[in-house]
Design a protein. Sequence first.
Length: 296
Amino acid sequence: MINPRWLATLSPSTMKGLRGCIPAAVFLISANAAYAADPASIPESGTAPTAIPETRAANQSLDRSWRVIVSPYVWGASLTGQSYLYGRHAHVDIPFSETLKNLDFSFMGNVEVTNGTFGVYVDGQYTKTSQHENVYNNRLGLSVTSSLIAAGAYYRVYEHQLGGTNAIDRPRVFAIEPTAGLRWTRLKAGLNLGPYEVSRKVEWVDPFVGLRLYVDLDERWNIAAEGDVGGFSVGSDLSLNGQIYLGYRTELLGVPANLRVGYRALYQDYKTNNSPERFAWDVTQHGPVVGVSLRF
């Protein structure tokens, strides 16, 4: 510590020279500091701050503002399993290429509203396929419509900062998020031959509980995974859903985006009562997923 009595013995010209060196000394000390001090935390007297200031990443972690994430995607799902209808049992083995060949229309997407700790989401899929054959001078047509909507909520119970920030200027983290919700499924098939037409529709709702995991690998690459179990004989006897994605953060049309590619599988074991129109659906949908998440 500098002795004030020693300063008093210095001549006015020497004091003037020391004052000219002080700004340079402060600059050098600041440049070699292990952290960037907040100027507002330095008292007017020039004494050192008494508390360590927060880093940029720590400041970012406090940002819990609400945001909307819109994620359109394409799920190239194949179907394998067993089905039962009107007393007839059938083995289900439909590759995605067959579905694509007979596809009329399809839409898939996810919308999420979150503040980083708590979030709600809706995931929807709608697919309609049709095929036609000529049978004894009559046109035989078969159409199948599949609708699937899941709605749920999650809460981030664990978050570990990995150091640094990602491409959207938020801390790199590893996070664990339990989730729960409802999944509604509807299957509709129509058959027509000439003037005759018959259709059959079944629908059910499954409650589910699960877990979501997320990790930033570096500034741009990330991995997201999710798994849930449901049904519990409320709708289906059992449903299992699992998906995992590799993401790459970038920007599209000025909007932060996360390009995603991964794989998803959904198993459903549903059956109606033992009436003559008994229906059973013991099928797994599985295949690659390609999509993008846009952050607003």
